[in-house]
Design a protein around this ligand. Sequence first.
Ligand code: ADP
Length: 496
Amino acid sequence: MAKYLVAMDQGTTSSRAIVFSAEGRIVASHAVEFPQHYPHPGWVEHDPEDILQSQITALQEAVRLSGIDVGEIAAIGITNQRETTFLWDRQTGKCVGNAIVWQCRRTAKIVERLVADSHGDMIRQKTGLIPDAYFSGTKLKWMLDYYNLREKAERGELCFGTVDSFLCWNLLTGRPHVTDATNAGRTMLFNLETQDWDPELMALLGIPKACLPKVVDSSGPIGTLDPAILGRPIPVTGMAGDQHASLFGQACWKVGDVKNTYGTGCFMLMNTGDQPVRSENGLLTTMAWRIGGKPTYALEGSVFMGGATIQWLRDEMKMITRAAESEGLAESVPGTGGVYLVPAMTGLGAPWWDMYSRGTLVGMTRGTGRAHIVRAALEAIAYQSEDLMQAMARDAGRQPEQLQVDGGASANAFLMQFQADISRVRVVRPRVLETTALGAALLAGLGCGLYAGTEEIAHLWEKDLEFTPQMDEATRLMNLRGWHKAVNRALDWAEH
Ligand code: ADP
């Protein structure tokens, strides 16, 4: 009997694949890195061939390393870096150029124009997104303009896709041109209410309908892996953008469930159920997933400098040699001695949204040392996450009691305890930290009928560690007051 699930996890710097048992345990995994291209300042591209080949190798290697029989794979799930944009010829499959990566700022001017022309509110209302160059829509517009391809696109001779679409087209039998609802939701072309491409948004950006993929559910039949890749046809029955897959893999299936991923940046998502919640606090409204045609929505916020704050201490400040060293140093002092680090090196996101704020270190005395600053850096990751969580709580009208965590910096026990303290929530870390891949695998497992429903897989999500709030309320409030005072010093600093 088929009893394994495989996740393809196509990320920004590497393509990975993980083989899971039906019990949600990791059997084997493999990752392949690929080059980043920076043709101009602020521009970021990927070579589509690199994405494809690295993903195929990762998949083949993970399955080989697992030692399982390919016939025992029940289904494959796909998860991916979001918003990165591909455009290819429907006849030849050849991309018109490199993929434009989510980080690429080349379309910032297009977005400024849209906002200046008062389209911002309409875009927010329909897509749940704050207009930004991150999202695929303006990247696709740029490609159609730059390569002069609008007429060709209108004739249906071109296909647009995010990474999920691109992989499906190239790896599945019969070349389906599809995207899942979570990925569609990051294009700035997808209407959250109608669950379809929006004609007004398409017209605004000059995007012909004929180049857009069919939007499918995040779980359910999507296609079949080309047998040339693993030697057998395998159903692909799960697909979601990375943050959405991670929310699913963290078992955040109930309204109010929240997860935070502590990677380079932090990504926090809260399940808001079958209704999109409009944010008054600078968060994004996004799809959580769509199953059986039924959309589940989420609120999303991100911290730009999460684990990156620790990288900065290591690489630029040379205060530590390894990220993990920060934990012991932070614990070597009883507090920061009144020091706050606001890591606004690239501005501040929700709920502040100030691109002119800059990194600020305040409250130093003659007694301030390296340990205080390192501790302040870790605390800053937690404070920023707390600000996001409060913004979510205000928007959703409910206060979370528990926060599910993952990502590289969630290994730091000091950080996790401080988060529990400052946010007055239980912080829970799962045994499988690869929640993105697990989420894709579980979506595939549901989609192929290996599992009957989420009730059946609830026990697969296993807790590893739990951190409970210990800090007294007066100290918590004093710390938060200090943090917000420090944030105010960081705001509106850069010349503009
Ligand atoms: P990404 O997926 O964004 O590349 P990861 O989830 O791999 O990120 O996490 C890497 C980040 O976590 C780095 O920014 C690193 O500084 C930080 N990090 C890793 N281990 C620790 C640790 N023990 N304490 C604090 N930060 C850590």
